[in-house]
Design a protein. Structure first.
Length: 737
């Protein structure tokens, strides 16, 4: 090696100024930022601050020819010392990508692949780059950079997809994914082990030391995830390397949605785990050793060391001491047939706690959901958003119970949680109160009130509400249905009310009971009907009244019984139609009427009293029987038999005609029987039997006929006519003409 011909020059983009380097150390590697640290001596003071971020080119010249060039930017400079009239400075150079670590951002991408996302971020940082990848990444419905530097975000994206990068001599970032297709080392790729001292003496380039090593590491990668749209689909996927398959790295959730994606990611991860299990390390004088370059090494004695290797890390070291320049590099390489993948070193950011977000929708829309009931929200951190539906994303909403559904309204502020802290997996939790969406009931005046309310859609003209009032002594629940309220109970319903029940129906009420209905009322019942009441009973009806029953009819009362009717009254039965001036009693029975009264039976009508029995009419009164028709007639008509049995007296009084018509009439009076008619009294029957234990009196205008056990007394004019004969039987002495 010709030491005198080796010199290093540093070119800064400040005019044509350049300085020779006294010392230089350059680090570079696959998916490593690297950098250069250069010491220079200048005759005048350097304005380091003015040169920051300027392009700096570090060139290694061998015998006047360029062997390596590194293009970076000045990131830091400091004054070291003054020596021999020269000012010594240390300049730190970094690739343009390094400066992305100084930008931190929070933002989102929707429906994009990793490549365009990374390119956008690199472009924002003026990082020249070129894609040399063979595989296209999967489309990401939602990608998030959350409180990450641009450098961390880009690194995380590339590591996840198995993409690596290096830098070319011009500083362009080269992105690749197929290490086996990497180019060979420039200027010759086959090297042998040489003596370092001899190399320097003869100007040879070669490997001066070579070591081989191996390390144990995980040999199996298993990934898993969950796709809520296909909850039954298993996304578990595994991949294994050549060795150490019993050592497994399992990760969940990873961030994919299909089994095919899982298989690819598992393979990429196991390749990253196994990439540097076998490695070689050494030193060389080869300037062109660079990351992602392949070289061949041969050794006649140690043939097992021979092979093709991929350089993954190179550190160049130059120094000038006493006018003599020294150069050497240290390298690390792996077998070229082993796929290289970057290790997953960059952690995904996690959100600790919750955020809030605003529910968004199209202009004029109040509720905006999809088939899953999801809402679109816009986050407060989204400074790129314009407040439209396009700036928001769909998120699932937490539902309190199985099969329940509560839909968020446009304009609401809701709290948002994150599954596993993943910024790309938000979930709506609850509505928040803010300066615009204040509580519907003034606080703290109604702090004792809990409310569940939903507003009418669209227009917000009304609401449905459940309100719970928790004030001590007046606790209650209120239900408000803006329109209809429907209940469906598949089996029983039981209600227990400790005090009163009030039901107000402002229109119609309909109740249909398919089977039996039973009412039990412990005290009184009052029913007030403004119109008519129609009761229709298909079969039997039974009324059982423990006390009195009063029926008040303002106009008429008609009772029509097609079959038999039996009335049993333990006390007095009193029937009154209207008042003493008007009203009628009209009863029509198609077949049999049986009336049993434990006391007296009283029928009084301002108009007429009429009983029409289809066949049989039977009346039994333990007391007296009184029938009064003030203005009109009394009429009883029975097709077959008519029987009246009264233990007390019988009084019939009418202003009009009084008639009893039956095939057979039986009147049995325990006391007196009085029949009074203002006009005509007519008894017609094939046989008439009047039985009275005390007396029977028939009174007309000027005529009285009274029958007692002792005899019959006729007072007044009496006309007797008979087509045959009239026979009187009795004691002649008591017969007075």
């Amino acid at each position: 090696m010709s030491k005198q011909a080796l010199r290093i020059e540093v070119f800064l983009s400040i005019g044509d100024a350049s300085w020779p380097a006294l010392r230089a150390r350059v680090e570079e590697g696959i998916s490593e930022l690297g950098g250069a640290w250069v010491e220079v001596a200048v005759g005048t003071d350097l304005d380091v601050e003015a040169m920051l971020e300027e392009t700096a080119t570090l060139v290694i010249l061998w015998d006047g020819q360029e062997k390596r060039r590194f293009t970076m930017q000045l990131a830091r400079g400091r004054f070291l010392d003054e020596e021999d009239g020269h000012l010594h400075y240390e300049l730190e150079l970094r690739p343009t990508l390094w400066f992305l670590g100084l930008d931190k951002n929070t933002r989102k991408w929707r429906d994009q692949r990793a490549e365009p996302i990374v390119s956008k971020v690199l472009g924002e940082g003026s990082v020249a780059h070129a894609w040399r990848t063979t595989r296209q990444s999967d489309l990401q419905p939602y990608c998030m950079q959350y409180r990450e530097t641009n450098l961390a975000f880009v690194s995380r994206m590339l590591e996840f997809e198995g993409f690596y990068y290096t830098f070319d001599p011009d500083g362009t970032m080269i992105l690749g994914d197929t290490s086996s297709a990497s180019p060979e080392v420039e200027g010759g790729a086959e090297f042998e082990l040489i003596d370092a001292a001899g190399a320097l003496a003869h100007g040879d380039f070669g490997v001066t030391s070579f070591e081989r090593g191996a390390a144990v590491g995980s040999g199996k990668a298993t990934v898993n995830d969950y796709n809520w749209k296909t909850p039954a689909l298993s996304l578990l996927a595994s991949a294994t390397g050549a060795k150490d398959t019993h050592l497994e790295i399992y990760d969940y959730p990873v961030g994919y949605r299909s089994p095919a994606q899982g298989e690819v990611l598992a393979r990429l991860r196991v390749e990253a785990l196994c990439a540097e299990k076998r490695f070689v390390e050494g030193t060389s004088t080869v300037f062109s050793f660079a990351p992602a370059r392949i070289f061949s090494f041969t050794h006649e004695e140690a043939t097992s060391f021979s092979g093709r290797y991929l350089l993954v890390h190179v550190e160049h070291d130059y120094r000038e001491e006493g006018g003599v320049a020294h150069y050497e590099n240290r390298f690390r390489a792996i077998p070229a047939d082993v796929p290289y993948r970057p290790a997953l070193k960059t952690e995904r950011p996690e959100i600790q706690g919750n955020h809030t977000a605003m529910v968004r929708g199209p202009a004029g829309e109040e509720i905006h959901t999809d088939a899953y009931g999801r809402a679109k929200v816009q986050f407060h951190w989204d400074r790129e958003a314009k407040g439209s539906d396009e700036d928001s994303r769909w998120i699932r909403m937490l539902q309190e119970i199985s099969t329940s559904i509560a839909l968020s309204r446009v304009g609401w502020e809701i709290s948002v949680g994150y599954i596993d802290g993943d910024p790309t997996r938000p979930m709506g939790l609850a509505r928040q109160i803010n300066g615009q969406m204040v509580p519907m009931y003034n606080q703290p005046a109604f702090r004792n009130r809990m409310t569940i309310r939903t507003e009418t859609y669209p227009g917000k003209a009304g609401f449905n509400e459940l309100r719970l009032e928790d004030s001590a002594g007046s606790m209650h629940m209120d239900w408000h249905a803006q329109k209809d309220w429907k209940n469906l109970i598949e089996h029983d319903r039981t209600e227990t009310i400790g005090n009163n029940l009030t039901v107000l129906v402002e229109s119609n009420s309909t109740r249909v009971v398919e089977k039996t209905q039973q009412y039990t009322i412990g005290a009184d019942q009052t029913r007030t009907v403004g119109g008519s009441v129609i009761n229709k009973v298909e079969l039997d009806r039974t009324h059982a009244i423990g006390g009195d029953e009063s029926i008040h009819v303002e106009v008429g009362a008609d009772t029509a019984v097609t079959g038999s009717e039996v009335e049993t009254v333990g006390g007095t039965r009193y029937t009154r139609a209207g008042n003493d001036e008007a009203g009628s009693i009209d009863r029509n029975i198609q077949k049999t009427l049986t009336r049993i009264v434990g006391g007296s039976q009283i029928s009084m009508a301002g108009g007429s009293v009429a009983h029409e029995g289809g066949k049989v009419l039977v009346e039994i009164a333990s007391g007296s029987k009184v029938t009064v028709a003030i203005d009109e007639s009394i009429k009883q008509a029975v097709a077959d038999k008519h029987g009246t049995f009264v233990s007390g007296y019988v009084l019939r009084k009418s202003k009009g005609d009084m008639s009893v018509s039956a095939k057979k009439t039986t009147v049995n009076v325990g006391a007196s029987a009085i029949f009074r008619s203002a006009e005509r009294m007519e008894l017609r029957s094939k046989a008439i039997e009047l039985v009275a234990s005390a007396s029977i009196a028939l009174r007309g205008e000027g005529l009285t006929i009274e029958m007692t056990p002792s005899g019959v007394s006729i007072t007044g004019p009496l006309k007797q006519e008979s087509g045959t004969k009239i026979t009187y039987r009795g004691n002649p002495e008591k017969l007075t003409p």
